[in-house]
Design a protein around this ligand. Sequence first.
Ligand code: VGL
Ligand code: ZN
Length: 243
Amino acid sequence: MKGGTVMKTMMIILLALVCGCAFLTGTGNISFAGEKVGVIVVDMQGDFTTWKNGSLAVAGTDKGFVEKVENATKQLAAKGLLIFGTQDWHPANHVSFFTNHSGKKPFEVIKINGRTQVLWPPHCVQGTKNAVVLVDNNLFLAIVKKGKNPKYDSYSGFQDDGGDKTEMNQILKRNGIQKVIVYGIATDYCVKATAVDAANSGYKVIVVEGLCKGVAPKTTEAALKEMKEKGITVVKELDQVMM
Ligand code: VGL
Ligand code: ZN
């Protein structure tokens, strides 16, 4: 090789090395190196899926979607990330069920003590078949149940509408988690609320849009916008965060 060619080759190798290192150490805003990353899989339960003919089935939640979420979660677990989950877990007399308000219809919005409450079809009733988390339960270090208090709804995995905290923050802290990857159902309700509360609790947050489904297109778009405005990183697919 001529001197020029050797120089060129060396420059290319150097460039590749620098780029590779930048990727590994996270010069961009998405990295694993140096930060302990956890995963929060939100409300992957039968009642939210078309696959299981759920009472509050979200469009696009067929068997293929659930498998995609499960496979992604397996990949992340294989990388050594700790996997956490949330599980909507309501008593039969829960405030969010339209059936517990006389004369009300599903999806009506009412005010309760000044709070906005969407009235849902009864869903995720404690102990029922469709309240089960569909993603292989062995993948989870912990699954945090929420919405147990009949008086308060709880879209967030961190706290309910009355301000009562779940054990989520403590569990993440105890495990040294600094950054969380969040996905599941539904983008516009429980994913958004959980991601926003994670950000407010001091975690760096990445939401994987392709591993989420929303109740309605309008509220889903608004939720993605709101999350981005709060400093949450929204990526389309998991390969944008995986090394
Ligand atoms: C959810 C409505 C009611 C959710 C839970 O998981 O997003 N949505 N309960
Ligand atoms: Zn619910």
